[in-house]
Design a protein around this ligand. Structure first.
Ligand code: DC
Length: 225
């Protein structure tokens, strides 16, 4: 059976990664969390106290500490920078609050997009991010753009943080999500926006199973053609 490319874009905490992981598993495809890659670049920038004026040093850090993914003992995805497991570190507040400026750097985007395209070339893929349908995989067979209200997304992130033991406050999360939406949507390079041929789906009040069912149906329609 032929394999397809599925691009899932949308703002922070719109449920992209949760559903993308499930769909990839069901289809036996690779799942690529591109947000984790921008978080890795941000982690390296903070660790090395680099500013936006030191892009060559950041690119060098990315080269000497390649980003890779593997499965942990419990089946969950682990993120590595060189030999270091940074799965939890890249979800901490300092990384979250700095990822917008790092992901707005054109040279960083160029490098990470090239890596993403190389991974996609290996076979069936479900990729989630902000610019997958518009820039990374413009020819993806299925493009989904997930949205949800700021309130619902803040609540989702609050619960996620609680599970991971990351301290957070709901009101602050709402402000941070709204601020990140604004920055992601208004940056010059590859802003967050739905591709013209993407299907927009509002997940407010919809269960994870409901979103998975919707996307799976669309994927099956393409695969059955
Ligand atoms: O999906 P996330 O919240 O983990 O993503 C973290 C940040 O990375 C997000 O605020 C914007 C950036 N990002 C991006 O610019 N392009 C992508 N394809 C994925 C994420």
């Amino acid at each position: 059976m032929r394999s397809i490319q599925i691009a899932i874009d949308g703002p922070a905490s719109s449920g992209k990664s949760t559903v993308a992981k499930i769909i990839a598993k069901n289809l036996g495809y690779t799942y690529l969390d591109t947000g984790a890659m921008y978080r890795c670049a941000t982690y390296l920038a903070l660790k090395n106290k680099l500013t936006k004026d030191q892009v060559p040093s950041l690119l060098e850090e990315l080269e000497t500490h390649p980003i890779s993914f593997s499965k942990g003992d419990d089946g969950s995805q682990r993120v590595f920078l060189g030999g270091d497991d940074v799965t939890l570190a890249i979800r901490q507040n300092d990384v979250t609050n700095n990822v917008s400026w790092v992901s707005a750097l054109p040279e960083v985007r160029e490098e990470l997009v090239a890596q993403q395209q190389r991974i996609a070339a290996t076979g069936g893929i479900v990729m989630d991010g902000r610019d997958i349908g518009t820039v990374v995989l413009p020819d993806a067979d299925l493009k989904i753009f997930l949205i949800a209200s700021v309130e619902e997304r803040a609540l989702r992130r609050f619960k996620e943080n609680q599970e991971k033991g990351i301290p957070s406050d709901l009101e602050t999360l709402k402000e941070e999500i709204a601020a990140r939406d604004f920055k992601d949507s208004n940056r010059k390079v590859s802003p967050l926006r739905a591709a013209d041929d993407a299907i927009t789906f509002d997940t407010t009040g919809v269960s994870i199973d409901g979103v998975v069912a919707f996307i799976s149906e669309k994927a099956n329609e393409i695969l059955d053609k």
